[in-house]
Design a protein around this ligand. Structure first.
Ligand code: ZN
Length: 302
């Protein structure tokens, strides 16, 4: 056999194998629906009564086809969507010549049928999809960070942990000049850092404004370089902003408080490296089962 022919045969073999490999393996029911255009029994699919936020992907090739925002309850027994992601679902006349079949535009997996003009939703379309043709993927929450210093970081963290939309918190040090400081470096007052709480939050559930308002209400923002019994530059009141929007909102809130007669000492600093404190400082009050000694909620905003 000549070498070129051998090479061509090998190439065809390899591409055939990779075409097989690139799709997910299907079980018998999935093959029946996706490959042989079958239909799962109504009210049996796992996504019929499924309301989580996220996207629905093609079970076979993984392409994203539908969004949970477009899902609605039709009562027909199969997941129903009044829209598909642009260009990802194709339509063709069904073998029965009457209905319109819908398929994954990428891999031709059979999804179900589309019906128009039934009046279920404003868009007036129902993509009636077999659950077994789909794989749901939950939406990753968006994450943003905020940094607040207001005296002993144990108490600041304690209050933020209770707020809806806060995904995680940590205590540590920010705003200084020494790299990787430990608690005993900062408590000496010479590193420039402030005891700081790092707040990781979902901006779809809680706004930075709400976080910043809480910050101004759980410590006394009029105290200069101290908070209650904790005295020193490391206990200053500060907001370390991570973007212009956080800076603007903080300035507006400070102005609002000043208009109410508060002499605000809070410093507005750009966020720099955050150094987490030693483990025993994390979740301090939660672990101890007690309440902060100097961070008490005081309403200051209307
Ligand atoms: Zn597909």
């Amino acid at each position: 056999m000549n070498k070129l022919l051998l090479f061509v045969i090998l190439l065809i073999g390899v591409s055939f194998m990779s075409a097989e490999d690139k799709y997910n393996k299907l079980n018998d029911l999935e093959k029946y629906v996706i490959e042989n255009k079958g239909t799962e029994r109504p009210f049996t699919g796992i996504y019929n009564d499924h309301d989580e936020e996220g996207v629905y992907k093609c079970k076979r090739c993984g392409e994203t086809l539908f969004k949970s925002d477009d899902k609605f309850h039709s009562g027909c027994g199969w997941p129903s969507f009044d829209d598909a992601i642009d260009g990802k679902v194709k339509e063709q006349t069904d073998a029965d010549g009457r209905r319109t079949e819908i398929l994954c535009a990428n891999c031709n997996a059979h999804l179900g049928h589309v019906f128009k003009g039934e009046g279920y939703t404003d868009k007036n379309i129902r993509h009636c999809v077999n659950s077994v043709s789909l794989q749901f993927e939950p939406e990753e929450p968006k994450q943003e960070k905020a940094y607040f210093a207001g005296g002993c970081f144990w108490g600041v963290e304690y209050h933020f942990q209770k707020l809806d939309g806060v995904l995680s918190t940590a205590v540590g040090f920010m705003g200084g000049s020494v790299k990787n400081p430990g608690y005993y470096d900062v408590v000496g007052g010479n590193t420039g850092h402030a005891e700081t709480a790092e707040i990781v939050y979902d901006p779809a559930k809680v706004s930075f404004e709400k976080l910043a308002k809480l910050f101004f209400e759980i410590h006394d923002p009029t105290q200069i370089n101290r908070q209650g019994p904790d005295i020193g530059h490391q206990y200053r009141s500060a907001v370390f902003y991570t973007n212009k929007e956080q800076k603007k909102i903080t300035m507006q809130l400070i102005e609002e408080l000043e208009d109410k007669g508060y002499d605000i000492a809070t410093e507005l600093e750009i966020a720099t490296s955050f150094y987490p404190a030693e483990n025993y400082h994390q979740d301090y009050y939660e672990k101890k089962g007690s309440k902060p000694y100097c961070h008490v909620y005081t309403k200051r905003f209307d």
